[in-house]
Design a protein around this ligand. Structure first.
Ligand code: FAD
Length: 414
């Protein structure tokens, strides 16, 4: 079998793999990306967080993305009946980016992959990893290309950014159940013919239909909009089996969006993804690291998926470089603990969203501007900011404030 050798093999050309490979390439590492799909390819996850702009910038990918003029996401709007809560990323606690994008991933990921190639990274599309063998930290990966030919790649290190493919977690039996509630989703894209121009038309929104059931509306700059419903698997499975009928039934429940979308043609048969949350027993090992969804995915509710994917992609590349430069790396502390710290914060926000506690804070009036700024910083992805009490005390602050409000108090008393 044909064999080749690289320093680092990256599995998957999604945001995580692209950020990792661009950063390594920029720093002189021989890196190769193998990608199972043919690009552009559809994947869900179309609303991003400001924090990830820093990752694209550091990896040298930001300008290519800017040139595509994707829809700017200046914040996020939550709707509950007549009540609205808008988080403006420019009004947040601490430093950080004030905006990001909302974009169809086929175009977004294609832009990243093209830019990575333009910078000199070899990306082999339609090439699927079928097996990986480790000898210490060295690895031998078997791939199959679109012609059906198998060949092998020797690598000093593997960055597994295979997303839902979860290549190494499956091969090394690293999967573990997520402790986030089992949720599912149904989603499609529509041609947004009734979109009004200006703010309202393009504002990304989350319409709460029940405490645990919500509809997303993500307008793109190409005139299309992504619409999806998320809820407990039991609820999603109680909807009509035909996903188009099911999604229309949910849209019909939305007072805010019924008129705009009920009769709009769907651009494709809505997809259904069940019980998407996942986790791993360990996110690194001798000769490899797991990044992005290959390691863990919580829930779409605060759009954290791509941000964790780029954060972990960039960090894994930096740590590899550090090690290669002769410095010792404590992967447990510098990678695993660090990533878990951020994931834990978001995980609390996700869980407290579905208990309803966070919604109590979002819709409490009058708004407390100080509380709002601190939550906004978390929602922008700044979950490692230790100056923010809504990061540091994430496990008690939401619960306690919601309890106060529900018992006639106000957040100021906390
Ligand atoms: P991916 O983008 O999935 O890329 C992985 C790549 O690896 C793929 O291109 C795949 O083809 C390739 N691959 C897989 N197996 C192999 C193999 N054997 N060999 C070679 N290549 C392989 N996140 C957000 O940030 N915002 C959102 O609004 C959002 N909404 C979501 C809604 C739903 C319903 C769900 C389920 C998820 C949502 N997410 C969202 C999460 C988001 O989809 C992921 O977190 C994100 O795509 C992860 O990026 P990645 O780079 O890790 O993986």
């Amino acid at each position: 079998m044909k064999k080749e050798a690289v320093d680092v093999l990256v599995i998957g050309a999604g945001p995580s793999g692209c950020v990792a490979s661009a950063y390594l390439n920029k720093n002189g590492v021989k890196v190769k990306v193998v990608e199972k799909a043919r690009f552009p390819r559809f994947v869900i996850g179309e609303s991003f967080l400001p924090r990830s702009m820093e990752h694209y910038e550091e990896a040298g990918l930001l300008e290519a993305l800017k040139a595509k003029k994707f829809e700017i996401k200046p914040g996020a709007r939550f709707i509950r009946g007549e009540d609205i809560c808008f988080f403006d990323f420019s009004v947040k606690f601490g430093d950080g980016w004030d905006w990001t994008w909302q974009a169809p991933r086929a175009d977004f990921d294609m832009t990243l992959a093209e830019e990575v190639q333009r910078q000199g990274v070899e990306v082999c599309f339609e090439t699927e990893v079928t097996n990986v063998e480790f000898k210490g930290t060295d690895s031998l990966t078997t791939v199959k290309n679109k012609e059906g030919e198998a060949y092998q790649i020797e690598a000093k290190f593997i960055i597994d950014s295979s997303g839902y493919g979860r290549v190494l977690p499956r091969l090394l039996n690293l999967d573990k159940p997520s402790d986030v509630t089992e949720n599912s989703a149904i989603f499609t894209h529509v041609k947004d013919e009734r979109r009004v121009s200006g703010g309202e038309g393009t504002l990304i929104s989350f319409d709460i239909l029940e405490t645990q059931v919500w509809l997303w509306v993500i307008p793109f700059s190409n005139g299309n909009t992504s619409i999806g419903v998320v809820g407990p698997t039991k609820y999603i499975n109680s909807l009509p089996e035909d996903t188009e009928v099911a999604l229309r039934e949910v849209i019909n429940r939305s007072d805010y969006y019924r008129e705009r979308y009920l009769h709009t043609e769907f651009l494709f048969k809505p997809h259904k993804i069940q019980d998407y949350s996942c986790a791993v027993k360990q996110n690194y090992g001798p000769g490899f690291v797991l990044t992005g969804n290959s390691a863990e995915f919580l829930d779409p509710v605060f759009s954290s998926g791509v941000c964790f994917a780029t954060e972990s992609g960039l960090l894994s590349a930096k740590l590899f470089l550090k090690e290669q430069g002769g410095q010792a790396v404590d992967w447990e502390k510098e990678y695993s603990d660090y990533m878990k710290r951020g994931v834990r914060v978001f995980s609390t926000y996700v869980k407290e969203w579905y208990t309803g506690n966070l919604q109590t804070l979002f819709f409490h009036r009058p708004e407390n501007p100080d509380v709002k700024k601190k939550i906004c910083s978390v929602l922008a992805g700044y979950v490692w900011n230790e100056d923010n009490p809504f990061v540091m005390k994430h496990d008690r602050v939401i619960k306690s404030m919601a309890y106060l409000i529900q018992n006639g108090g106000s957040p100021e008393e906390y």
